[in-house]
Structure formats: C-alpha cells, structure tokens
Design a protein around this ligand. Structure first.
Ligand code: GLN
Length: 247
C-alpha cells in the first residue's frame, strides 16, 4: 500500500478488456482530481496475468464488459487477483467497480445462456442475466449515510444482469430514474466499506465529482480540500433536470 500522504496509486483492472461505455473516463477523473490536489499519482495497469504491485495500490478501478469479456477475465481474477485484491482492501484500499466489474466482485455472474462465471465474492451480491436489457439514463438518490452533496448520482446503464444484494452490503442508493440493480427492488449499486459497485456508466465520475472525491478520500484515509466543481455539477444538474422531467 503506497498510502503516502501525497501519493495515490490507482490499480486499473483489465484496462484492455473491461472498459466499455466510457468507463476509462473514471480513471482519468480519479487521476486528475488527485493531481489537482498536488498528489503524485501512478496508474498501474493490471491485465490478465499481472499482479505485480497490487499490494501497493490505494484505489482499484474495475470497468464494465460484455459477457464475452467477462468470460475472458473471470478465471484470472479468481485464480490470480482475488488474494492480493482482498489483502489490499484489508489494508484500506478502495474499489470502484462498474457493471461487469461490479458483477464479478460478487459471488457470480450467470449469462442468459446459463453459463455461470464465478466472482471473487468481495461484495455480497449475486447476478443473473434477465431477458430485457436495462438501457438508458439513470438518476439515483444516494444512501444518505455516504454524505454526498448533491445527494444524487447520474449515469447511463446498459446491462442484462439482474443483481440482488445480500446482507453484507448496503445499496449505493435508490433509483429515481432507470433500472438500477434489477429493475424490481428499487436499489442501485452496492457498498461495503470502501468497496463501491454500480451499474452507472457514462462515464460515471466526471459528472459525479462528489462521488469521485469520496472514493479518493477513502483510498487516502483522509479528507480532501474542495475543488471548484461548477462545470461538473452544472452537467450533473442538467442531466438530473432533464431525466426527472421526462415522463
Ligand atoms: N455483460 C454484463 C451484463 O450484460 C455487464 C455489461 C456491462 O458491463 N455494461 O449485464
């Protein structure tokens, strides 16, 4: 764990395979928002077969992927990365996982054809593909316990998976627009300690700087001085107003 006062190491899981609907924008946002605070930031790309340096990672990002890409990575994830990932998390590292990455942090992801990809079980969730894909813009009222201001999150969904939460996680929030975890129980995402899973692509963090800062602060184990987020929050509000007005 680098966890130095002025350094941040971002571990990017499967950047070549698990990176759809703009998810790389989350890494760029985390990188830049830490740099704007004067931190030295390293990005460690952790593709298949790569585990070197995982113990020094402060913040992991795990992007989305189609069933095919998930099928290409889950064995490496479970066999090679699960243990150093769990060790880093036990040492205080934070994780942001989006959609396919979120699903594989759970117990398993089962495709519409019935193929079951084991996950690492770091999030107490299970996912099985449903018939209709959940596609479209989404608005989420975040869990008040996270203390986010504004209390909303906006993003874009495109998934067939229906994720159900176990006892070991809290929802990231409740859906005001869109499908969320499963289109049935009104929840979106999952949080356990410093692990954040979500279905929100977009990419998520450029339009939700308050969530980006929460995750960076958790990774560093300290508060962050605020930035001028006028532009980012104007984009956030524009989507919020547009989506909440839509019938
Ligand atoms: N393949 C998974 C699903 O369809 C995840 C998709 C994604 O990452 N957008 O649910």
């Amino acid at each position: 764990m680098s966890r130095g006062a002025d350094t941040l190491t971002i571990g990017w899981l499967y950047p070549d395979l698990m990176n759809i609907y703009g998810d790389r924008g989350n890494v760029l946002t985390l990188y830049q928002r830490a740099r704007w605070r004067g931190l030295t930031v390293d990005v460690l790309e952790l593709g298949k077969g790569e585990t070197r340096g995982m113990d020094g990672v402060d913040l992991f990002f795990f992007g989305g992927g189609q069933d095919r890409e998930q099928g290409l990575v889950y064995a490496d994830l479970v066999e090679h990365k699960a243990e150093p990932l769990a060790r880093a998390i036990a040492g205080g590292a934070a994780v942001l996982a989006v959609c396919g990455g979120y699903q594989l942090l759970g117990h398993y992801y089962q495709t519409a054809e019935g193929e079951r990809y084991p996950g690492v079980g770091l999030l107490d969730v299970t996912t099985e593909a449903g018939g209709r894909r959940c596609i479209g813009d989404a608005v989420v009222e975040a869990d008040p316990a996270l203390g986010l201001d504004p209390p909303t999150l906006v993003g874009f969904e495109n998934h067939s998976g229906r994720t159900f939460l176990g006892e070991g996680v809290r929802p990231l929030g409740v859906v005001r627009r869109g499908s969320g975890n499963n289109g049935a129980d009104g929840t979106e995402g999952a949080v356990a300690g410093n692990l954040f899973g979500t279905y929100l692509h977009g990419s998520l963090l450029p339009k939700n700087p308050h969530l980006a800062d929460l995750i960076i602060a958790r990774a560093l184990g300290r508060r962050l001085e605020p930035l001028d987020d006028e532009l980012e929050l104007a984009a956030h509000r524009r989507i919020l107003e547009r989506e909440l007005q839509r019938r």
